[in-house]
Design a protein around this ligand. Structure first.
Ligand code: TYM
Length: 331
């Protein structure tokens, strides 16, 4: 079976619809057909300042959401990045074959650093994509299910894998991105940019754990255009198209069928129905998340077992890598 790896940051109290439709939906699907490793990336989270107690809570909330969404630990390995020390160890080696300019060209780094100011942005933020490459290469992943915004980081991962293999001999599988169409969910208030926990206002983000009344209000207030026609046209009708993408993904109905259904009806009807399909999806999800969070010791035990399984794969790759670069064997 192909090997799959992906990760998500524990940097919010809830995942949002972009995370789910862009990536997590694929995580659940791919565990059926592949040997999947899914990781809550707390090392990545601290590249920007985090309150320790909040981070600890959000790491558990993240794991609880993944389980509630259907990640099944009999099929997939679910773990927390900091519990597998090989991630940081391989990242060091990869840092040493990454060009300074190459890292500096990463657009997510440039965006985040310019938002924070270059004196306040951490070196960790700069080398973030190299740690991401380590996450992927440690597991010899063939496929990496992510949203469109991660494309450049995966390109860097492929470059680093190829460079290492050429320099030291074949060591890493060169991974392919697994990016589905519609893998970019837009900010409801600003449908020219992606829905993003770091950049969007709360009104622009639909959180999976929002109360139904809260998400219904956000969808009702979504920015559309001055026309009346419900039509999928990302150029001219970015807001309406985003709502159609969301509806289609959650209801499983093709966009073309939805266009017919809303022909001659206004945006209000579409928004009402998007809120309804969303509530149908999130209501059982919220209950399941609460169930997992009610027993944090049990949750921690699930994650500890996942980390142990992950380490058996990660440690083998790291040992091979250390040997390739000329480190002494540990006897
Ligand atoms: P993160 O935590 O920002 O987001 C998790 C996943 O959600 C996707 N995503 C979106 N997809 C569609 N539309 C959106 N508006 C949207 N917003 C977020 C992201 O593409 C991602 O797949 N760097 C990664 C985490 C990471 C990782 C890895 C991913 C660390 N190591 C190894 C893959 C493999 C990130 O920040 O994701």
């Amino acid at each position: 079976a192909p090997r799959v790896l992906s990760g998500i940051q524990p940097t919010a109290d809830s995942f949002h619809l972009g995370n789910y439709l862009g990536a997590l939906r694929q995580w659940v699907a791919l565990q059926e057909t592949s040997d999947a490793f899914y990781c809550v990336v707390d090392l990545h989270a601290i590249t920007v300042a985090q309150d320790p107690a909040v981070l600890r809570h959000r790491t558990r909330v993240s794991a609880a959401q993944l389980l509630a969404l259907g990640i099944d630990t009999d099929r997939a390995t679910l773990f927390v990045q900091s519990q597998v020390p090989e991630h940081a160890q391989l990242a060091w080696v990869l840092n040493c074959i990454t060009g300074f300019g190459e890292a500096g060209r990463m657009t997510q780094f440039k965006d985040k650093a310019s938002r924070q100011g270059s004196d306040r942005a951490s070196v960790g933020l700069f080398t973030y994509p190299v740690l991401q490459a380590a996450d992927i290469l440690l597991y010899q992943a063939d496929q990496v299910p992510v949203g469109e915004d991660q494309r450049q980081h995966l390109e860097l991962t492929r470059d680093l894998a190829g460079r290492f293999n050429t320099t030291y001999g074949p060591t890493f599988t060169v991974p392919s991105p697994h990016i589905v169409s519609g893998a970019k969910i837009l900010d409801l208030q600003d449908p020219t940019s992606k829905m993003s926990k770091s950049a969007s206002s709360p009104a622009g983000i639909v959180d999976l754990l929002d109360e139904p009344a809260v998400s219904a209000k956000k969808i009702r207030s979504a920015v559309t255009d001055t026309g009346r026609e419900v039509r999928f046209d990302p150029q001219e009708k970015a807001g309406v198209s985003n709502l159609l993408t969301i509806h289609s993904a959650l209801s499983g109905r093709p966009v073309a069928e939805l266009e017919l259904e809303y022909a001659g009806r206004g945006y209000g009807d579409l928004k009402k129905d998007v809120a309804a399909v969303l509530t149908d999806f999130t209501t059982p999800l919220r209950a399941a998340v609460d169930g997992y969070l009610a027993d944090p010791a049990q949750l921690d035990a699930i994650l500890a077992e996942g980390a142990e399984r992950a380490r058996t794969v990660a440690s083998a790759t790291l040992a091979a890598t250390f040997d390739r670069v000329g480190f002494l064997p540990r006897v």
